[in-house]
Ligand binder design. Structure first.
Ligand code: CO
Length: 138
């Protein structure tokens, strides 16, 4: 069901501040930035071997990442697992009693669909599930 760790999400006050640490100091290669308006974030991906870090800057204080920063400050935010079939995975997890933040997949970065699991069901870790954009078949 879970194929691999797609990325680790890190909340930052600003992408500039985050990229100064993870890009300039640790020399991770930037893989581009994107604003995901639906989730109230600007993201920057950094390559780490065959996985990545995702820096998350809120677009405003009244967003999930904005509230996270106000409460806890910058730092580790979520782990993202790649799955083949997000809808089916959500149904299976729900049947096993998992509490979901998103009952339906929604739009994520890079044309993917994503859904979050509630930390109260995962021992305190926010988990994102991601299905890659399907290649169009003509
Ligand atoms: Co993510």
């Amino acid at each position: 069901m879970i194929a691999k760790i797609d990325h680790l999400g890190i909340a930052v006050n600003s992408l500039q501040e985050g990229l100064a640490v993870w890009g300039d100091l640790l020399r991770l290669e930037s893989a581009g930035t994107e604003t995901v308006a639906e989730q109230g974030v600007r993201t920057a991906f950094l390559n780490v071997g065959d996985t990545r870090l995702e820096l998350l800057e809120p677009t405003g204080p009244d967003t999930p990442v904005g509230r996270f920063l106000a409460k806890r400050g910058p730092g580790f935010h979520h782990v993202c697992f790649l799955v083949e079939d997000l809808e089916a995975t959500l149904r299976q997890l729900q049947a096993r009693g998992m509490r979901l933040v998103d009952e339906k997949p929604r739009r994520g970065a890079e044309g993917s669909t994503v859904a979050f699991l509630h930390p109260s069901s995962t021992g305190g870790v926010l988990v994102e599930l991601k299905q890659k954009r399907r290649e169009s078949v003509g």
